[in-house]
Design a protein around this ligand. Structure first.
Ligand code: PHE
Length: 344
């Protein structure tokens, strides 16, 4: 029996060595110290033995039982410690590692340039207002001296919402100029305002034309405003945006709602005037149309053209970053290509 007890002890310790977690430990406890364990059975069988053997066997068995119990306790402690330290070990932080970069968003190049344009005019004393993208025929055409069937309607390939309803028809505004009328209807001179916004044209797209694009309309109405004011304002604007060096060209142009009308072009920065795809091989890029507000337009909104005069301009917004950065295709602004957008 003493032999058997010894074997029992070594086997139990062997098995205890292989225990890795509290669940296994509990199984081990039941197997070796539980009611049905060999050790318990031996302790029970002692009663039937002669006194001398019982004493020896009992002492030995109890000693082994205590030894196993203390081994169990020890193992329990070890497991508990491991439970605490192992996650610390495996989740140890290396605080010297560089952080993961957070991808930062940025403003769309069109938004950036709009802000810049508005800032230049704000500094000159213009207020910034906005107007509707869906317009009446009346504001987009009629009130701007472009009645039904006027050939100037061909300048603006229109996206109609209602067709054939005269001045009550709705359309997507083909320019921001209808806001000239809305402004003058609700405000009396002096007026100095700019209107940033989208314009739409039903046109085939190419490198310099999109069917949706941004314009900034400008309007100044007061007593004694002349073409010199228009030139000074727009020259100054071009200098602020393109620097002192860039050439600025004023030429006669025609728009029914101004008289006289002008167009402003900037020397092409991509080819420095030699001619390229960006400037259509002319060396110049037209960035805005402008002119003195037509007396008939003033009269239509009850501003006396004998007392007041004004100038207006309409700026092609995307053309400006195109010129500045040598971007040779306006369609890039609306193609959502991150490789393009991330450069600004
Ligand atoms: N609205 C005109 C266009 O889109 C530009 C313009 C605005 C011309 C104001 C003169 C005065 O072409």
């Amino acid at each position: 029996m003493l032999e058997q007890l010894k074997d029992l002890h070594t086997q139990a310790l062997d098995e205890l060595n292989k225990v890795n977690n509290p669940r296994e430990l509990e199984l081990w406890r039941v197997r070796h110290l539980g009611k049905k364990s060999s050790l318990t059975k031996i302790l029970r069988s002692l009663a039937a033995l002669p006194l001398e053997e019982r004493r020896k066997g009992g002492a030995q068995a109890n000693e082994i039982k205590r030894a196993l119990e203390s081994s169990l306790e020890e193992k329990e402690k070890l497991l508990q410690e491991a439970l605490l330290t192992s996650p610390l070990e495996s989740q140890r932080l290396d605080i010297t590692l560089p952080g993961r970069p957070l991808p930062a968003g940025r403003l769309h190049p069109t938004t950036q340039i709009l802000k810049e344009i508005c800032d230049v005019f704000k500094n000159m004393g213009f207020q910034v207002i906005e107007g509707p993208d869906v317009e009446w025929d009346y504001y987009n055409f009629e009130a701007l001296n472009i009645p039904q069937h006027h050939p100037a309607r061909d300048m603006f390939a229109t996206l109609w919402i209602d067709a054939g309803m005269g001045e009550k028809a709705r359309l997507l505004r083909t320019h921001t100029s209808p806001m000239q009328i809305r402004l003058m209807e609700r405000e009396r001179p002096p007026i100095r305002a700019i209107v940033p916004g989208r314009a739409y044209r039903y046109e085939a797209t190419d490198a310099t034309h999109e069917s949706m694009f941004y314009q900034v309309e400008g309007l100044a109405v007061d007593k004694g405003i002349t073409l010199a004011d228009l030139k000074g304002t727009l020259f100054d604007f071009c200098r602020c945006i393109f620097g002192e060096e860039r050439e600025v060209r004023f030429r006669c142009d025609y728009f029914p709602f101004v008289e006289p009308g002008v167009e402003v072009a900037i020397g092409c920065s991509a080819c420095d005037g030699a001619g390229c795809r960006l400037c259509g091989y002319s060396g110049w890029i037209e960035i805005l149309g402008a002119g003195m507000v037509h007396p008939d337009v003033l009269a239509r909104v009850d501003i006396d053209p004998k007392l007041y005069s004004g100038f207006a301009f309409g700026l092609g917004v995307e053309r400006i970053p195109m010129l500045r950065y040598g971007i040779d295709d306006i369609r890039l602004f609306y193609s959502n290509d991150l490789r393009f957008l991330r450069q600004f």
